[in-house]
Design a protein around this ligand. Structure first.
Ligand code: SF4
Length: 431
């Protein structure tokens, strides 16, 4: 690990720049990849996510997703019992029985996703092979695949990355021209529908989204596929897409007016849409987004924001807050710094912006306290203690649960950060 040669950050500890980020490998505070099931099961409406894990995994999911007792949820946990851990039962036989019972009771399931956990990885249960075996037994009515959501991964958004990687491996091959567009990364349906309408108005008809809303709509992929990321935390998916021959369209994430326009323009340029047509189609949306953000700019302008590493959306959020809301960025922490994916974000940020990759949580908390920012964007585990110190926080997990992409959601995105500042100001007045 290279030692950074860096400017001094508030609090005395050196912090990195874009060119030479501070790299830290210590204790970190994040949710595990199982958390991604919460938004993925809502997105893909005929899939069932079967966690192969412990009671802890089941409790995490039930409390995080707030399952209603009368609802038929589309995720569950096959509990690994102590006798399984002790090797007294054949785990594959047990799993097959659980799957048989589940599929008999739930004929609506078209895709069964086996999700690995820390316990399944510790006992080296090979879920890829289990999925292949179950797939042979249940195809073509049902497709079975697997991915890892374990806490051995570093951050919760890697769950979606691993799931999409598994989906890409399953996508049929196509070698036919003309080029098609694939938008990669889970977005709220409302944002996806808006983008689809804009693409159609631009004359780009052959568009697919990954993940699709139905497992049977899995698109084909090949050398004529042009793909663009709608989420930045998909480095494993990127590797798999390129192995399948697809070509990435480079752009910042479609967050805020500027990010959305740059993202759409990158697609329009790839598909040779004339500039006048692009401006005419996107103009009204751009105007609405600018107005909506302006409404919150007064609350955010000049505010100092510290971002802890959590969702991997941090560079894109920092770019939005700095450029469109006028905030000052104290530190951008990110679990991983995937240079190729984040380059378009950092190209829009000052070179001097402080960047850290990975985490040593105690040292980062010290840096944050010393910097005394106006707003801290962090995971839930850090949010409450910071609030108790009288600091304003925003839980970064909300960024994956809330519709934030595109023009029509740009104001909501700004509001997500303005709201805790307003609440803190109201508390201070009341005190
Ligand atoms: S996968 Fe690991 S970190 Fe996540 S709930 Fe299960 S045991 Fe805990």
């Amino acid at each position: 690990m290279s030692a950074p040669d860096l400017a001094s950050a508030p609090g005395g500890e050196a912090c990195g720049s874009v060119a030479a980020p501070l790299r830290q490998r210590g204790q970190h505070e994040v949710f595990c990849g199982l958390t991604s099931i919460i938004w993925l099961h809502r997105k893909m409406q005929d899939a069932f996510f079967l966690i192969v894990g412990s009671r802890t995994c089941a409790h995490l999911m039930q409390s995080a997703a707030g399952v209603m007792i009368f609802a038929e949820p589309r995720f569950g946990t096959a509990i690994i019992e102590e006798r399984d851990l002790a090797g007294m039962a054949d785990m594959n036989d047990e799993l097959d029985k659980v799957v048989e019972r589940l599929l008999a009771r739930r004929p609506d399931i078209r895709m069964l996703v086996l999700v690995g956990s820390c316990p399944s990885e510790v006992i080296k249960l090979d879920l890829d092979r289990a999925a292949q075996r179950l797939n042979r037994a249940h195809a073509p009515e049902r497709r079975v695949l697997s991915y890892s959501g374990s806490g051995i991964e570093t951050t919760f958004t890697q769950g979606e990355d691993n799931f999409l990687t598994a989906l890409v491996r399953d996508m049929p091959q196509t070698d036919t021209a003309p080029a098609s567009l694939l938008v990669v990364g889970a977005m709220a349906d409302v944002a996806e529908d808006q983008f689809e309408r804009i693409f159609r108005s631009l004359g780009i008809e052959d568009v697919a989204f990954l993940p699709a809303r139905r497992s049977t709509d899995l698109p084909s992929i090949g050398p004529d596929t042009r793909y663009i990321l709608a989420q930045p935390y998909l480095s494993a998916t990127v590797t798999e897409l390129e192995r399948r021959g697809a070509t990435r369209i480079e752009a910042p994430m479609p967050l805020g007016e500027e990010g959305t326009t740059a993202w759409l323009r990158a697609v329009a340029d790839t598909f040779d849409v004339p500039a006048e047509k692009f401006d005419a189609i996107t103009g009204p949306g751009r105007e609405r987004a600018r107005k909506a953000i302006a409404h919150y700019r007064g609350a955010l302008e000049g505010k100092r924001v510290f971002l802890f590493p959590d969702s991997q959306l941090e560079p894109a959020i920092a770019r939005f807050l700095h450029r469109e809301a006028g905030a000052e960025i104290v530190e951008i922490g990110t679990p991983f710094l995937h240079k190729a994916i984040t380059a378009p974000e950092f190209a829009l940020l000052p070179d001097s912006v402080a960047v850290s990759e990975g985490q040593d949580v105690d040292r980062q908390i010290e840096r944050c306290r010393a910097a005394d920012p106006d707003l801290i964007v962090c995971g839930m585990g850090l949010g409450n203690p910071f609030e108790a110190e009288g600091r304003a926080t925003k839980w970064s997990i909300e960024l994956v649960f809330s519709p934030i992409h595109g023009y029509e959601q740009a104001g909501d995105l700004a509001e997500l950060f303005a709201r805790p500042l307003g609440r803190r100001a109201a508390l201070e007045v009341a005190v």
